[in-house]
Design a protein around this ligand. Structure first.
Ligand code: BG6
Length: 488
């Protein structure tokens, strides 16, 4: 089994190398819809710059920013420069002038045919200096309400080209839909225009090192796999605690709430990776299939269980944030207890939790093992479990909590940790976006969501949202920056 994984890893590395060599010779046009927005400055342009610096972009590439604001190429480049100064790694800055020459800007509305015509003309002019073609990577950094319009326009203006051996790939951000039905409609619509291998649904948590490490940790260390089940594991806790608040995203966030913003996607994907079966092969198809199997076996909460097993809260002062509706009942914190209805996990409680403006940052998956008696030297009545903590922030680390004899003349025991510190994490990272863009260039969809996963996640969330909507009084409040839930 493990041999299979190593072999397929080798094969994948080789195909990466081949793909990279090929890319180096093929021109690449990158289209950024929503070019004047925050996501482009904070994440996408710095991530593209890092890839450029590392020699991972083809030698011929161009970035076409598209947006509503009446900017010139120079305005876009100036914003790009500012973005690099604020968000790119400092030791890379020497080559920024060279990089910025690759940026140009086209002004247009998302439903404006003339804007799309101008965009296409710019791309074709640039392509004419080579073979008349390029690979095209199109990034929709815009609110999802605009996806349909953009998809219709990119199709009508033939921006999707998939011939002469060149590809077009489209990246879309979350949220896709606002519930299971709208997600299915929007996803179905996108798939009516693109083939599955052209559609890249971003889940930036999958692109984080620690999350990828879950796969390696579980399936390359035979020590744990045999005890990774309901016989040995007592509970699984997934926490995504943030100290940041809603900040400038009032209107957008108020329409979502914490469960749609991070629960329906990041938190459930963390669960998928910690609970999935061995994929047998290291391929996008096999890994996505196993992730979606886990998500499909989530126990849906309905009726009274929604009240019994979930909790939602809002921090005090939230309703004064610009864009938030007066008297809003949107949750900024949630906690859900559920389980997985499959042979490996049936009966093991799973706690999913996230909140903003909490007292501390704590993004982690905690796997708690059962105490299996008889234990030697255990205190009478005490509960001695072992734990594995996969921490994403404030530090990337994997911690194994064990019981050890105190260094004295008795046999008293104490909890100690073996810790692998992987990296300090400062704020929200650009690295995950580098990985997203690089994998899209390579044509590797492993770290992107498949359509089945998307639907399974919504189907689990839907009944909870419906239950909450029926009883708005369930929202409690908490003190911003001063409260954190109790840890088991
Ligand atoms: C985003 C959410 O998807 O994830 C934000 O919209 C959240 O509200 C963010 O803060 C958390 O991501 P990270 O990478 O900072 O842990």
């Amino acid at each position: 089994m493990y041999h299979t994984l190593d072999k397929s890893l080798e094969a994948r590395l080789e195909s990466y190398m081949i793909a990279r060599m090929k890319q180096a010779g093929e021109p690449l046009s990158i289209v950024l819809y929503g070019a004047t927005g925050d996501l482009v400055s904070r994440k996408i342009v710095p991530a593209l710059f890092h890839l450029f610096q590392q020699g991972r972009l083809p030698s011929e590439f161009h970035i076409f920013g598209y947006g509503r604001k009446p900017w010139s190429h120079l305005d876009f480049q100036a914003r790009g420069r500012q973005a690099l100064e604020e968000h790119a790694q400092k030791d890379f800055l020497a080559e920024k002038d060279e990089f910025l020459k690759h940026l140009s800007y086209i002004q247009g509305e998302m439903d404006d045919s003339s804007g799309f015509t101008a965009l296409r003309a710019s791309i074709e002019d640039w392509e004419a200096s080579f073979t008349g073609h390029s690979n095209r990577m199109i990034y929709l950094a815009v609110p999802p309400e605009l996806y349909r319009t953009i998809f219709v326009n990119i199709k009508n203006h033939q921006l999707i080209q998939d011939e002469h051996g060149y590809w077009t790939r489209v990246l879309v951000e979350k949220p896709i839909g606002t519930n299971a039905q709208t997600a299915e409609e929007l996803d179905g619509f996108m798939r009516s225009i693109l083939k599955e291998d052209q559609l890249y649904r971003i889940e930036h948590y999958l692109a984080k090192h620690l999350i990828q490490n879950l796969l390696v940790f579980r399936f390359s260390n035979s020590l744990f796999e045999r005890v990774w089940n309901r016989d040995f594991i007592e509970r699984i806790d997934i926490r995504l605690w943030e100290t940041v608040g809603v900040e400038t995203r009032g209107a957008l966030y108020d329409g979502l709430g914490a469960l749609r913003d991070v629960g329906q996607n990041h938190v459930l994907q963390m669960l998928a990776l910690v609970a999935m079966e061995h994929p047998q092969q290291f391929t996008a198809e096999a890994i996505r299939r196993e992730r979606s199997q886990v998500l499909r076996s989530l126990k849906w909460l309905s009726g009274n269980d929604v009240f019994r097993l979930t909790e939602r809260r809002q921090y005090q002062g939230y309703s004064h944030i610009p864009g938030v509706k007066e008297g809003s009942r949107t949750e900024t914190y949630f906690r859900i207890q559920t389980e997985l209805e499959n042979d490996r996990w049936r009966g093991v409680p799973i706690y999913l939790e996230s909140g903003k403006r909490l007292k501390e940052v704590r993004k982690e998956i905690v796997v708690t093992f059962k105490q299996t008696p008889p234990l030697i030297c255990a205190d009478e009545g005490a509960h001695h479990q072992n734990r594995i903590v996969f921490s994403l922030a404030p530090q990337e680390s994997i911690q194994l909590q064990l019981w050890i004899k105190k260094p004295d003349h008795g046999f008293e025991i104490e909890r100690r940790s073996l810790e692998m510190k992987l990296r300090e994490v400062h704020g929200s990272e650009v690295a995950a976006y580098e990985r997203v863009l690089l994998d899209c260039l390579r044509g590797d969809q492993t770290l992107f969501l498949g359509t089945d996963e998307l639907h399974a996640m919504w189907r689990f969330i839907d009944p909870i949202l419906e239950g909450w909507a029926k009883d708005p009084s369930m929202v409690q409040s908490y003190k911003p920056d001063g409260w954190a839930p109790e840890i088991f």
